[in-house]
Design a protein around this ligand. Structure first.
Ligand SMILES: [Zn+2]
Length: 479
């Protein structure tokens, strides 16, 4: 009996654990007895893996010890290649179109360099849309029966509760594609039409980790890197969701000297590993919050502390205290521009005297789409814009469209930046509790220029178009 299930995993057992999950955790399903699944794994006490399997299968899991090498050897034999293995039961056969559409969906998204996949229910089935360079496009319709199977399949892979369709849930999945692992974060939302999923592909963040490749103007880049190397201070990177803040944070971490500094980072979630950096993921259930991790770091002789996001007064207070105690702290905050970030921090309850003493700089940013270099064209600059900006150029670049850019005229993105370096005059204004207007005036006299200037420089250089800049950056001029 025992020998039988050890040698040949049963088809119904295999059908309960998706291939990706089995390979991810090195587990081999062996047999199914009513609601109990016998699973071979090397560490039968690994509660993390057992919990994940329990969530994914909604079955009781009975661990069976087996050497990891042996499991790996048998996994390929059990699951075969990517194609469905023969001898599957009917239930598995019904799932096959969903398996194919999930794989196809991820392939399409990776090929298009999408950052997110939106799986949206509708009256007649559903729609899959991809976010590419910040724009949702390329909708693909899905038949109603396939839609439900597709959603279940993704939730299963992400370790979410398939049966629960009424609560928003989140999960993570990892699927092998084109010889590498693609990691994604999945969030579900119950809508009046059914469940909607948004999948954030974490792979694409890995592309730009070079701070010099983000598109910061040279002088600003030099100033920012100098501030990153100062022994203490408080640097805030700000912008709305999707403005590239996370990429900037990772590029900043990667730019630090981790060999001679203790660099600690708390993130929600850790999207990318940075060599030499102590990275901690937020986990409220285990009591790990931005604040508690930050307090923990303070007891471990830190030099640089990165806090993924400043969300509450307590975290902000500890972060400012850390910077005043002689650490360099950097973080992100949702805000529209650099001067308003100071107001936001005061709004979070940070004492203005501490803020005045601690804050070093605010970097605000947006991402604009880069004009496709293969097809971009030129057009005359409208007279009123020529007059407003006092530009001598007669023409600027405009999008055209070609096969290389899927007829959009754009390919990839580049950051548009502004940086507010806190000088003595601004420190005084912050300390005196100055209004937004007073802060902006003090910032301007200290050399601060709004990001529309960097943006317009990028229009003039042909990196992007004026229309694209208007789409992304708040504007107070003609256009
Ligand atoms: Zn093109």
């Amino acid at each position: 009996m025992i020998a039988a299930f050890v040698d040949v995993p049963s088809a119904d057992a295999l059908a309960r654990i998706p291939r990706a999950l089995a390979f991810r955790y090195d587990v081999l399903p062996l047999s199914l007895h009513r609601d109990e699944l016998v699973v071979a794994l090397s560490d039968t006490a690994d509660t993390g893996v057992l919990d994940a399997l329990r969530r994914a299968t909604r079955l009781r899991i009975k661990p069976h010890p087996m050497a990891r090498e042996l499991i790996r050897e048998r996994l390929s034999a059990a699951y075969g290649s990517e194609a469905p293995a023969p001898g599957l039961d009917k239930r598995r056969a019904a799932e096959a179109p969903a398996v194919r559409s999930v794989d196809g969906m991820f392939e399409r998204a990776i090929t298009a360099h999408a950052s997110d996949i939106h799986v949206e229910p509708g009256a007649a089935g559903g729609t899959i849309r991809l976010r590419v360079d910040g724009i949702l496009a390329a909708p693909q319709t899905v038949a109603p029966d396939v839609y439900n199977a597709l959603v279940s399949r993704i939730k299963l892979l992400a370790g979410m509760d398939i049966a629960d369709k009424r609560q928003p849930q989140d999960g993570r999945l990892s699927i092998p594609l084109e010889g590498r692992e693609v990691d994604a974060r999945v969030a579900s939302m119950p809508t009046i039409d059914g469940e909607k999923l948004v999948i954030r592909l974490l792979d694409h963040h890995a592309q730009t980790c070079d701070i010099t490749a983000l598109g910061m103007p040279p002088q600003m880049l030099a100033d920012y890197r100098r501030l990153l190397r100062s022994p203490w201070g408080f640097i805030v990177v700000t912008g709305p969701t999707g403005s590239g803040k996370t990429t900037t944070l990772y590029a900043s971490l990667a730019d630090l000297d981790t060999a001679s500094n203790n660099v600690c980072s708390v993130e929600d979630p850790v999207e990318m590993r940075v060599p030499g950096v102590t990275q901690v993921g937020v986990n409220p259930r285990a009591g790990v919050t931005f604040e508690s991790a930050l307090r923990g770091f303070m007891r471990q002789d830190p030099n640089v502390i990165m806090v993924g996001e400043m969300r509450d007064a307590q975290t902000a207070a500890v972060a400012i205290a850390a910077s005043l105690a002689g650490q360099l702290v950097f973080t992100t905050l949702h805000s529209n521009d650099a001067p308003r970030t100071i107001e936001r921090l005061m709004g979070l309850g940070v004492a203005r005297q501490s803020l005045a003493a601690g804050l070093t700089a605010v970097l605000a940013q947006r991402l604009v789409r880069r004009l496709c270099e293969r097809c971009r064209g030129v057009a005359p600059i409208p007279a009123e814009i020529k007059a407003h900006f006092a530009v001598a150029d007669r023409t600027w670049s405009v999008p055209v469209g070609c096969p290389a850019c899927a007829q959009t005229g754009y390919c990839g993105r580049v950051g548009v930046y502004e940086m507010l370096v806190v000088d003595d005059a601004l420190r005084d204004t912050i300390g005196a509790g100055g209004s937004g207007v007073a802060l902006a005036a003090a910032a301007a006299s200290g050399g601060y220029r709004p990001m529309s200037e960097d943006g317009f420089a990028k229009v003039q250089s042909g990196a992007t178009s004026f229309a694209e800049l208007l789409r992304v950056v708040a504007w107070r001029g003609p256009g």
